[in-house]
Design a protein around this ligand. Structure first.
Ligand SMILES: Cc1ncc(COP(=O)(O)O)c(C=O)c1O
Length: 399
């Protein structure tokens, strides 16, 4: 089917929830993808952070083949070996003792929210006493009804009232602002250490440390949403490791399945034990195929030293971008950690994204005027140079 036909059929048969660019990615290998006409692109958005080990990694393909010949799905009525191995590995690598598996970031956050509410019931001894969760302005936690409510941006909530009760919003990086709205009803504070959809905003060390202290003092939970910033993206395996603190609950998704859908909610035993059999479930959650791939993904991170590379290549990339900032006065700020990078422009970024695409570079924009870069962690310096050259060319036309 040709490009035009696919676009026509999409308009006809798909619900119109996405504003898509006119591109059909036909295949991918490493950091590159190709469209239906064979045009090559450097993928610096990697499926919004999913393809962290690049496209079609040979070890992932091997795992898919091996596991799919054995068992694709089996329900959580039974024990699933790859799921248990993955939980053990995640627990070994992080602060957590226990894991619940689902299929997406939003679902991982739903589980975190439900777990925090059960913690609130245990703490207060009653239903409806201690259930409120404080989240941040400009945050993003997913698209289910509860996670759009957790999301501190009204644009995602408009048209979907009534929203579930129990969420309050505090200004990001403002400890007093959080303190002011904590009450007896509060059971948790939920935050992305680096806001992704909100425009690549980094939590200050004093802020996250302050939140941890506040949670300890008030005996409430700190939930970190590391769906976008977790698993090596920022140059540490988990973003919380930059801050010298540990959360009580953390959510992961995007790159964990090596390209396949998975969500994970991790918690310390004292919190995880609030869930009892029957409290939460997911038919596909933690299925053998995706868990086998996630185990392979974690092996690849280690074997190819990708977390350290993300840190080094991130520095290299930001230095190059700072070169562009000196040249173009309309660049307001370059910010990010590791390979989670944003350029804030003084104007809307949408057209720059499309011009970069035409020149063979895939990126996207968030929060109207921020260009977002989430290249695969396998990116090399010469590929960063190529991307910066394209960006330079596109931005030069704006001068
Ligand atoms: C921080 C964060 N949380 C949650 C989500 C939702 O993840 P999903 O789209 O897999 O449901 C996203 C997606 O962009 C995200 O960036």
């Amino acid at each position: 089917m040709d490009t035009q036909k696919i676009i026509e059929l999409s308009e006809k048969f798909l619900m119109r929830t996405y504003a898509r660019l006119p591109l059909i990615i036909d295949k991918g290998k490493g950091i590159k993808v190709w469209d239906k006409e064979g045009k090559e692109y450097l993928d610096f958005i990697s499926g919004i952070g999913v393809n962290a080990i690049g496209h079609s990694h040979p070890k992932i393909l091997k795992t898919i083949k091996k596991q799919s010949q054995k068992l694709l799905h089996c329900s959580n009525l039974y024990y699933i070996e790859p799921q248990i191995k993955l939980a053990e590995k995640l627990s070994y690598l992080s602060f957590a003792d226990k894991v619940f598996f689902s299929n997406s970031g939003a679902e991982a956050n739903e589980a975190a929210i439900k777990l925090a509410r059960k913690f609130g019931v245990k703490k207060s001894g009653k239903e409806n006493e201690c259930y409120e969760i404080i989240t941040m302005e400009n945050s993003f936690h997913g698209r289910t009804l509860t996670t759009i409510t957790a999301t501190g941006q009204t644009k995602y909530q408009k048209g979907f009232s009534p929203l579930p009760p129990g969420f309050k919003y505090a200004p990001f990086n403002n400890l007093k602002g959080v303190e002011r709205i904590i009450s007896k009803k509060t059971c948790a504070i939920m935050i992305e250490p680096i806001q992704g959809e909100g425009g690549i905003n980094i939590a200050k060390e004093s802020f996250l440390k302050g939140l941890r202290e506040l949670c300890d003092k008030k005996e409430i939970l700190l939930i970190l949403d590391e769906v976008q910033c977790g698993l090596g993206r920022t140059g540490k395996l988990f973003a919380y490791q930059h801050y010298g603190i540990e959360p009580d609950i953390m959510t992961l998704a995007k790159p964990l399945g090596g390209g396949l859908p998975i969500g994970a909610t991790l918690a310390k035993e004292s919190v995880a034990s609030c869930f009892e059999p029957g409290d939460h479930a997911s038919t596909f959650g933690g299925n053998p195929l995706v868990c086998a791939c996630a185990l392979t993904f974690l092996e690849i991170l280690e074997e190819e030293n990708l977390v350290e590379k993300a840190q080094k290549r991130g520095e290299y990339f930001k230095n190059k971008l700072n070169g562009l900032k000196k040249k173009f006065p309309f660049i307001k700020e370059i910010r990010g950690k590791g390979l989670m990078v944003g350029i804030e422009l003084k104007f809307e970024a949408k057209n720059i994204v499309e011009e970069c695409r035409k020149e063979g570079l895939l990126i996207n924009s968030t929060s109207k005027n921020v260009l977002r870069f989430l290249p695969p962690l396998i990116v090399k310096e010469n590929e960063i140079n190529q991307a910066v050259e394209i960006l330079n060319r596109v931005l030069s036309r704006r001068k």
